[in-house]
Design a protein around this ligand. Structure first.
Ligand SMILES: NC(=O)c1ccc[n+]([C@@H]2O[C@H](COP(=O)([O-])OP(=O)(O)OC[C@H]3O[C@@H](n4cnc5c(N)ncnc54)[C@H](O)[C@@H]3O)[C@@H](O)[C@H]2O)c1
Length: 417
């Protein structure tokens, strides 16, 4: 059996690769173009945890965990010929697709980054799905980390997947509307729709894993050796809110909560996220709930203010003097939105939660105190960049070449998050 894991150089992809490799002798082919390393450099930041090159990571995985079944291919999934070659050579039985440009703020910087993000994410997924069809691999289980951001912030409890629509006295089950609130998040709404279509047209078994905001620095496997570290970003563009707040706590910056901060967001620990992906990749097909299944990869919704207070409390254990400051909210959002999100299917998959938010914050701070100099050297990156930076970056850094023939028609979608 062969598993193809895309985005394997990334925050989630690398620890997922290690977890899968530690549990099977199946061949695991890792793919990445290492673009994430460049994006973070482009916004003037760096991973707080030092990260080894893909080759060094593989050597360490062999030495430390005896994983001889990993190989790494560097390449860009937006190139159809590259994806075709990959599928032709390796004929994977399972694809775990975590490759994407995953930052909402990055996708919002300007039109060029919005184009880049949507082109990158949609093209990569389409190449893989069409590649499976065109190489007679339609029994291959396709697993993708989409996002809970697909759901936006509706007033009703979020189902694990579709929605019921009522109109004119009739009702039907429909895919959840694309209520994503950023150009990045919307790529995942489109991916979800494309996966649904690929299942319908090509019969490819699909697990659409709607990943929540993921927190944590380590998993059981990465913690065994510093060369196995996964990345940890804390800048405005690539640091998720919990990670940015933890880094601010380390640097002695107050945590800023806009308004009441009572709106809840869905969270999951890295450990719990990796476990679900590994179980899906290695599980018996007969145990899957459906041939096209949506999983809400979330363990709990947490309010922004609870998150900040938890970090402040755990910070006390590390003698960090962390202040939580409330500012007037510049955003037009419901500061008390009580997100409720169903997750029975995902919890049945992983069995139990392995790490609570408090435990996760303790682990993060324990890791970050070691790298406080890296964080303080980049503390201006907690805030968005100024326009001059972007003009410079625009001229020199972005490599996306517009290819109208490859781009799908833009779709009109509602917008809320
Ligand atoms: N981390 C989170 O909190 C979170 C939350 C919701 C959803 N997700 C989703 O989970 C997945 C992984 O997220 P992450 O946080 O690990 O991000 P990440 O940026 O660390 O990992 C994604 C990897 O994909 C690679 N990649 C991107 N485009 C590529 C291409 N065209 N060809 C080859 N490789 C490419 C990047 O270089 C990177 O290493 C993404 O799909 C993301 O949208 C993550």
């Amino acid at each position: 059996m062969t598993i193809l894991l895309t985005g394997a150089d990334g925050y989630l992809g690398w620890p997922t690769a290690l977890r899968i490799a530690a549990r099977t002798d199946d061949r695991i082919v890792l793919v990445d173009n290492c673009a994430r390393r460049e994006w973070v450099e482009e916004v003037g930041s760096t991973s707080a945890t030092p990260i080894a090159s893909p080759e060094e990571r593989l050597d360490a995985a062999r030495e430390v965990h005896g994983c001889h079944n990993l190989s790494f291919v560097e390449g860009d999934l937006t190139e159809k010929a590259f994806v075709d070659e990959l599928l032709e050579i390796h004929e994977p039985d399972t694809v775990v697709h975590t490759a994407a440009q995953p930052s909402a703020p990055y996708s919002q910087i300007n039109g060029e980054r919005a184009n880049y993000t949507q082109h990158n994410n949609l093209q990569a997924t389409r190449n893989l799905l069409w590649g499976l069809e065109e190489h007679d691999l339609t029994d291959t289980h396709f697993i993708e980390t989409t996002t809970t951001g697909i759901y936006g912030a509706p007033e009703f409890p979020i189902p694990e997947g579709g929605a019921t629509m009522e109109h004119d006295g009739a009702r039907d089950e429909v895919p959840f509307p694309a209520m994503a609130g950023s150009w990045y998040h919307l790529t995942k709404s489109h991916d979800a729709a494309n996966m649904r279509l690929a299942h319908k047209q090509f019969d490819i078994p699909i697990s659409d894993v709607r990943t929540a905001i993921t927190y944590g620095t380590q998993t059981a496997e990465t913690a065994a050796d510093p060369r196995l570290n996964t990345r940890f970003d804390f800048d405005y563009y690539f640091g998720v809110v919990a990670h940015r707040f933890c880094a601010q706590a380390i640097a002695g910056y107050p945590m800023t909560v806009y308004g009441k901060g009572e709106q809840r967001k869905p969270f999951i620990s890295l450990e719990d996220a990796v476990e679900g992906l590994a179980r899906l990749a290695l599980g018996d097909p007969a145990d899957r709930p459906a041939e096209h299944a949506v999983y809400n990869q979330v363990t709990r919704a947490i309010s922004i203010v609870e998150m900040a207070n938890t970090i402040a409390d755990v910070g006390d254990e590390f003698d960090l003097d962390v202040a939580v400051e409330h500012f007037e909210n510049p955003r037009d959002e419901d500061e008390t939105h009580k997100m409720e999100i169903e997750n029975e299917r995902y919890m049945a998959l992983i069995g139990e939660q392995r790490q609570t938010f408090t435990e996760g914050v303790r682990d993060i701070l324990e890791t970050l105190v070691e790298y406080d100099e890296t964080i303080t050297a980049h503390e201006d990156r907690f805030l968005p960049g100024v326009l001059d930076d972007w003009e410079t970056a625009d001229e020199t850094e972005l490599t996306y070449e517009e290819d109208a023939a490859d781009e799908p028609e833009a779709e009109a979608t509602p917008d809320a998050n």
